[in-house]
Design a protein around this ligand. Sequence first.
Ligand SMILES: [Zn+2]
Length: 112
Amino acid sequence: MTDQEAREMQKILDEKIEETKQEIEQLKELTKPVKPDNAYGRLSRMDAINNKTINDKALREQKSRLQKLERAQKKLDEGKYGICVKCGDDIPLGRLKFMPWTARCVKCAQKS
Ligand SMILES: [Zn+2]
């Protein structure tokens, strides 16, 4: 990866991290405990619980993504970013731009 590519990825990672943090904040709001009071009718309370389950899952995914992004950022600082953790090959820049949190090349990601 060239210096210019590294700078470009740094910018993309910063943006993604910011975006993911905002997403997490929103999901935290949505995953607050469902009130057992009369704020919902019986059916809409079920909806609220279903939505909470979906949002809980999304929140877990976003949190894990944020961790991966922060790890990727650290790797970039160390000059180790963009190298597949499995086989040591370079991960194509196009893939990194699309999924900047990825730590595996296409081949290895498919295997696991
Ligand atoms: Zn690989």
